[in-house]
Design a protein around this ligand. Sequence first.
Ligand SMILES: [Zn+2]
Length: 269
Amino acid sequence: MYAQCVCGATDYKIILNLTKEGKNYKILICKKCGLSRTWPVPLEGDEDFYQKQDDYLERKASLCLWRSFAKFSLSGLKKYKKSGKLLDVGCNLGVLVKEAQTLGFNAYGIDPCGPAIKEGKNIFNLDEYLMTGNLTTLNFSEASFDVVTLIHCLEHISDLNSILEKIYFILKKDGIILVEVPNFDSFWRILLRQRWYSFSLKQHIWQFEKKSLKNILERNNFFVLKINTRHNMYHRLNFSIVGLIKSVVSMLAYIFRKGDDLIIIAKKC
Ligand SMILES: [Zn+2]
């Protein structure tokens, strides 16, 4: 018996069988709502996993790359909000918080990983803007933010309805949510199958594509304003034959909006 989907159904179809690092996984699609998920459920019974992560060290070693990644994530926002109070959920070192402040936002960040927050405060001088914890432990007031961003965060969250309900609560009227997740419907995922670099099956509970992510946001009272995709940051220019083929696929992905990452901007209804 499979776990309940976000929509309440338990009826799934197996769409992929994968082996990663010697472990077998299935990707299941919910027959009722079309949302895909990883099976077995990643990190079940390992609730402290994100408190112990050290991926912030890798980010610290390539800050320029992460800053340009954050800049792109925020680039679609200015059409809808140019300033105001912003909260980045799952902020890691706070790179996006720093970039948002540079753009004129009063930006804050939260993350369950204490060492990442401590390091981020030091690097960016963000002492009063970064906090260790999550939306449950930190208890923000109702209607206290203009923008909430979740960059490569939602696919790690088990209870999507609960987190979206909390975000709805802390957003002001007409507040904006910006969600960025790996795109299960990307050209590269279809071509590379289990070798796709964004298949972090140990951690990614959900495998989103445009329609399923839009559905979840709409069911939680958000109105979708913009859907976009982009290439993964690890694509580098390479002037070999293989590099040329990669560039052509990436260009097609760009034209057909089938990039590696899916970015959705939505408004609180
Ligand atoms: Zn479902």
